[in-house]
Write a protein that binds this ligand. Sequence first.
Ligand SMILES: NC(=O)c1ccc[n+]([C@@H]2O[C@H](COP(=O)([O-])OP(=O)(O)OC[C@H]3O[C@@H](n4cnc5c(N)ncnc54)[C@H](O)[C@@H]3O)[C@@H](O)[C@H]2O)c1
Ligand SMILES: O=CCCC(=O)C(=O)O
Length: 525
Amino acid sequence: MTLRGENLIGAEARRGTEAAFRAVEAATGEALEPDFPGASLADLDRACALAEAAFDTYRETDPETRAGFLEAIAANILEIGDDLVTRCMAETGLPRPRIEGERARTAGQLRLFAAVVREGSYVEARIDPALPDRKPLPRPDLRLRRIAVGPVAVFGASNFPLAFSVAGGDTASALAAGCPVVVKAHPAHPGTSELVGRAVQKAVASCGLPEGVFSLVFDAGQSIGQALVADPRIAAVGFTGSRRGGTALMAIAAGRPAPIPVYAEMSSINPVLLFPAALAARGAAIGKAFAASLTLGAGQFCTNPGLILAVPGPGLDAFLDAAAAALRESPAATMLTPGIRDAYRAGVDRVAGHAAVTRLAEGPEGAAAQGRAALFATDADAFLADPVLQEEMFGASALVVRCRDLAAMRAVLAHLEGQLTASLHLAPEDHAAARELLPLLERRVGRILVDGFGTGVEVAHAMVHGGPYPATSDGRTTSVGSLAIDRFLRPVSYQDVPDALLPAALQAANPLKLPRRTDGIPDPR
Ligand SMILES: NC(=O)c1ccc[n+]([C@@H]2O[C@H](COP(=O)([O-])OP(=O)(O)OC[C@H]3O[C@@H](n4cnc5c(N)ncnc54)[C@H](O)[C@@H]3O)[C@@H](O)[C@H]2O)c1
Ligand SMILES: O=CCCC(=O)C(=O)O
């Protein structure tokens, strides 16, 4: 498929008129064809106007139409075939199996949301019938459903060019909720973005939907993204990226005459708690598994295990020996962009130069575009004394914090910022100590896992990929899994509205066959 470097504004493909940029081949630094001229403010205005015009029709599409649309996007992405995989590999430096796996995950995610739309519980249809004879006052007829919030702005992520980008989780959940989407492509993979954007655009047309359901804009800088968040027709924002970028967009959204929510997933160091009996029983095996998780995708996962907490002893020594040996042999890996590589190296240098930190291991030196793995250690007192030590190093390096006892481990956890995940490595003898820490962990993180690592998020109904700030801007939500749809819905209550005027979801005959509650009790199905 030929790339044209065009913004996709509704049904149109338009070459931008602003500064152009090109993708860079991650491994070589070579510029890749074609040019991507940035969208103009007029292009963005048209995209937002079309999204607004599409909103009322799209949000009332019947479940089958909307689910079919999501499935058509999945099919169209797969239909692009190897062109998508090779372009994506070139732009990101990520290997083929990773891109193919991520493509399957992206299609599966769209299909999951299709199933959610067909099943219908997300509408939360509730009916409290009128009680005209209630004393002292009659009760009105009350009916509630959730509706889409409005057009949503999505910022594609650099590190998941498919699953968190143009047709990734934010887009899939917003479209499932009934929200048109305007995507601001990540500048690191514009070709991948255009290919996927065209797949979505094609699905909009083949499903007979209003053209404004989807648009995709490119920008060499940040002004179009900022204007998108400020646009009064945009009702919510999905973002995955840096803390600086996420908080900048939050400030724009909060400063609007009508503020809107920004669902930003930003930074997390994902603590790993190694409990004494687990370490004694299998320290070396955990160390090896940790190194594999740390180096996955050159460490460019928001779920990367960047912080290890453990009590010193022979078990921890075995863990460290195995982890260090694996990391010393782990080849340097191409990073997504020169900027991300430089930020990673600067983060590593900052930690390496810290007076209270020792370097335990370092991977082999690589090419200019590559990042090498590293493992550092400090103690709990030093960690508690310097917030720099809990800053995300976005790459394959981690810091081990030696805690003199479990009380020190608790103090470190209590001091941590919000996190996406916490991993506990346990033997049965550790359960009592782990139980003590669980309430604190629940307050700090979005997902607690045992005997594993957070990398490799399952896209499922019971998944939470979220967590308190700064892991995300809103710890009440998730950006992965079916619950992600909640971000883009809001409840509306209808009081004494005649059946003929009610939305289908709440009419007496239940024409959409939605699961509903009457007086709080699920209706028989
Ligand atoms: N935790 C994570 O999941 C995660 C993922 C990717 C990157 N990162 C971090 O972010 C750093 C940079 O990577 P990145 O380019 O992917 O993230 P980024 O936040 O710099 O950019 C993400 C997107 O937001 C836009 N953007 C950023 N700042 C903006 C602003 N002030 N106004 C308008 N738009 C803005 C960018 O153009 C891009 O489209 C990495 O080195 C890493 O530290 C973290
Ligand atoms: O980088 C953020 C997403 C991480 C993820 O989805 C995974 O670990 O699978």
